[in-house]
Design a protein around this ligand. Structure first.
Ligand code: AMP
Length: 300
């Protein structure tokens, strides 16, 4: 089943304790699309400026990602984000953010995108996420991501969004900010009671927690020793998870758990290099091999 994603498309600059990269391919929708493309056909919607290197679009197309929904604004500049990781490689600080063309982005989904059954609203303003949702005709599964910025600046829109989505993916600090509760198990259920049928709390190097009415569980991260750049891990997690659900055309509890595991495994590859550099080198077989190791690791 095809999967539609709308989110940021960026040129990122990343500073880690040992290395720096400037203006590399990034953005929530980019990591998501590439991660999901191992499982299903992906339709990407976003916006870039005239400075967007054509080779990035070529890379996405070569992976089978549909870029018909990627708007190019003449005379505009692409969204830019600059972040710095602390020595623990888990916490980061945003050094600079330039919304550029994202500021005025008015998403208009191509006709083929509107009838999609699987929709992911990647990190971006909640107002924008709602506009996209309005254009989709009866999707079966809608999952959204959000972040502290929108929790602070668009709380009313977020409440509306929660009532219209099936799943929400957010990280641990965002769940605490949203609920005012430090205990993540309580926070996860409180977020679920705000509307989504299931909630996933990402915990970086500690894996991810799942909450539905009948289930609460945690899956650990795959313990890769080669963490080079954690940027995009959360978006790759969501891409792997949604890609697998779309591939299966199913989101029952068992499939959701398998999907969480695939999300964790794609993210474990993403962090092994900057930008999409590690993902570009792997195939579905590599993911399946890591899945075998992961299952072995979890059986006792
Ligand atoms: P992650 O590490 O999974 O949280 O995702 C990092 C990606 O999110 C980077 O590639 C950034 O370009 C993108 N990003 C950072 N801030 C924002 C924002 N305010 N809105 C949308 N995307 C963002």
């Amino acid at each position: 089943m095809p999967l539609v994603v709308v989110g940021s498309v960026a040129l990122d600059s990343v500073v880690t304790p040992t290395q720096t990269r400037d203006n590399v391919l990034g953005g929530s929708a980019i990591y998501f699309s590439y991660a999901a493309s191992y499982f299903t056909s992906v339709r990407l919607a976003g916006v870039v400026g005239e400075d967007w290197p054509g080779e990035h679009t070529a890379l996405l197309k070569a992976q089978g990602i549909d870029t018909a929904g990627l708007q190019i604004v003449r005379g505009g500049k692409t969204f830019r984000w600059r972040g710095k990781y602390l020595p623990n490689m888990n916490d980061r600080e945003t050094l600079d953010i330039q919304l550029n063309v994202m500021d005025q982005f008015d998403p208009v989904l191509p006709e083929t995108y509107r009838r999609c059954k699987f929709l992911f609203l990647a990190n971006g303003s909640t107002k924008l996420q709602l506009k996209v949702l309005d254009q989709c005709q009866g999707p079966s599964l809608v999952v959204a991501d959000t972040m502290d910025l929108w929790i602070r600046t668009e709380p009313n829109e977020l409440r509306e969004l929660f009532k219209r989505i099936d799943g929400l993916v957010l990280n641990d600090s965002e769940a605490k900010l949203l609920t005012g509760i430090d205990n993540l198990v309580q926070a996860g259920h409180i977020v679920r009671e705000m509307g989504p049928r299931f909630v996933v709390i990402k915990k970086g190097e500690h894996g991810a927690m799942f909450f539905s009415q009948h289930e609460t569980y945690v899956l650990p991260a795959y313990p890769t020793p080669d963490v080079v750049d954690p940027t995009g891990a959360g978006d790759s997690f969501a891409g792997g998870m949604m890609g697998y659900l779309a591939e299966r055309d199913n989101f029952d509890p068992k499939t959701l758990k398998e999907a969480m595991a695939y999300g964790i495994l794609v993210a474990s590859f993403t962090v092994e290099d900057f930008s999409l550099d590690r993902l570009k080198t792997i195939t579905r077989e590599d993911l399946d091999k890591r899945m075998t190791d992961y299952k072995r690791m979890l059986s006792f």
